[in-house]
Design a protein around this ligand. Structure first.
Ligand SMILES: [Mn+2]
Length: 379
């Protein structure tokens, strides 16, 4: 197909018709970028926010970086805004080594200069500052997770068949810079390296990649700083996570291929350690499903489920396990259909109890009782 803009080297994949009739997925890559470009052009010279709703991770950080880079073409100044400290060691290395300017939101942050905001790598249009964003345009919503609804954004690109948001952004880059990024430009090397890391991180180093990730990788590769990629990909466990693993191992209960355990009381900043513990325990031979929880800041029970079982669907399992929070009208837990899930249960009024031992015991017995029931284990 001839391209009026004359910029796209992107090959046309076969068009896919999606069941819910969403327009975005039927569009060809060239059209997607063309549309996005028109939207960005409308915001020429403005200041925008790129909001990372969840915990900053390689896919959302690098996607935000790509958004910032593309926006610069239109004299748009974009600020990457997040709401949680970057807590994972690897992610801290990514931010530090690539000198990524990630703004952590606090009350003093002035939102007035910003006319619009973009959401990347999320299916949740709600942000912790939703009440303060009134009057600002939701410029774009770009993501690869399961579609939960259609947000009201000027530009929407949700692709469930893609394994990372970075690959979608790399596609825009391919359309905008058909000759590739420039290995002589530091910021382009950083961008390519960050995107490659984001792609690898969301796809188990490409094992779970879709076609788009491989196309993105081929495009980015000449500009990737490989020693740097190696450094930021290096896995290491912070001492606190090691300690959590030790606790989890001491307290573990094994039921056939299931491991059920907890890490006791955890500070909010170490919450990220819980899924890491679950991932570690999943390496145990003969284990295919792990559930780990902890009491975070004495206020909530936070847990993670990791599985490689053919029969366990984390989303269905956790929804069945903990049910619905009647106050919030939402499930306490959920996940994807394949390998991971999480839950968060507020302790509410009981959190005020000064007797931590009792609070801990009570929590363990309730969670355990639910878990046993779900597995059909008789105590
Ligand atoms: Mn992602």
């Amino acid at each position: 197909m001839a391209n009026a803009t004359g910029v796209s080297p992107v090959e046309e994949p076969p068009l896919r018709v999606v069941e819910d009739g969403a327009v975005a997925e039927k569009e060809s890559p060239k059209k997607q970028w063309k549309k996005f470009r028109e939207i960005l052009a409308r915001h020429h010279g403005e200041k925008i926010l790129i909001i990372l709703v969840g915990y900053p991770d390689p896919d959302n950080i690098a996607s935000g970086l790509a958004h910032q880079f593309l926006a610069r073409e239109f004299d748009i100044e974009a600020t990457l805004l997040c709401f949680h400290e970057v807590s994972h060691h690897e992610n801290r290395a990514l931010v530090k080594r690539l000198e990524i300017d990630l703004q952590l939101y606090d009350e003093k942050f002035d939102l007035t200069p910003y006319s619009a905001y973009a959401l990347v790598d999320t299916q949740n249009p709600e942000t912790p500052i939703s009440d303060k964003l009134g009057g600002k345009t939701l410029l774009s919503f770009i993501d690869h997770h399961r579609r939960l609804g259609t947000p009201l954004a000027e530009f929407i690109d949700i692709r469930e068949d893609v394994a990372s948001t970075c690959a979608i952004y790399a596609e825009y880059l391919r359309a905008q810079y058909p000759d590739g990024l420039n290995p002589g430009e530091t910021d382009q090397v950083r961008l390519a390296t960050a995107l490659m890391h984001g792609i690898r991180s969301d796809t188990m180093a490409l094992i779970e990649a879709s076609r788009l990730e491989f196309e993105a990788a081929a495009y980015l590769w000449p500009c990737v700083d490989q020693p740097l990629l190696k450094t930021i990909s290096e896995k290491s466990l912070p001492p606190i996570v090691m300690d959590m693993i030790q606790k989890a191992l001491e307290r573990k209960q094994v039921f056939d291929s299931f491991v059920f355990t907890d890490v006791g009381f955890v500070r909010g900043e170490h919450r990220d350690g819980i899924p890491q513990v679950a991932e570690f325990l999943l390496q145990r031979e003969g284990t295919d499903t792990v559930l780990v929880f902890g009491i975070v800041d004495g206020k909530t029970v936070d847990g993670s489920l990791r599985t490689r079982s053919d029969t366990v669907n984390p989303d269905a399992f956790l929804k069945k396990l903990f049910g619905v929070d009647e106050d919030r009208k939402s499930y306490y837990g959920g996940g994807n259909i394949k390998d991971k899930g999480g839950f968060q249960i507020p302790l509410g009024f009981l959190a005020q109890s000064p007797n931590r031992d009792m609070l801990y015991e009570m929590t363990c017995s309730v969670v355990q009782e639910r878990f046993f029931k779900a597995l059909g284990i008789k105590e």
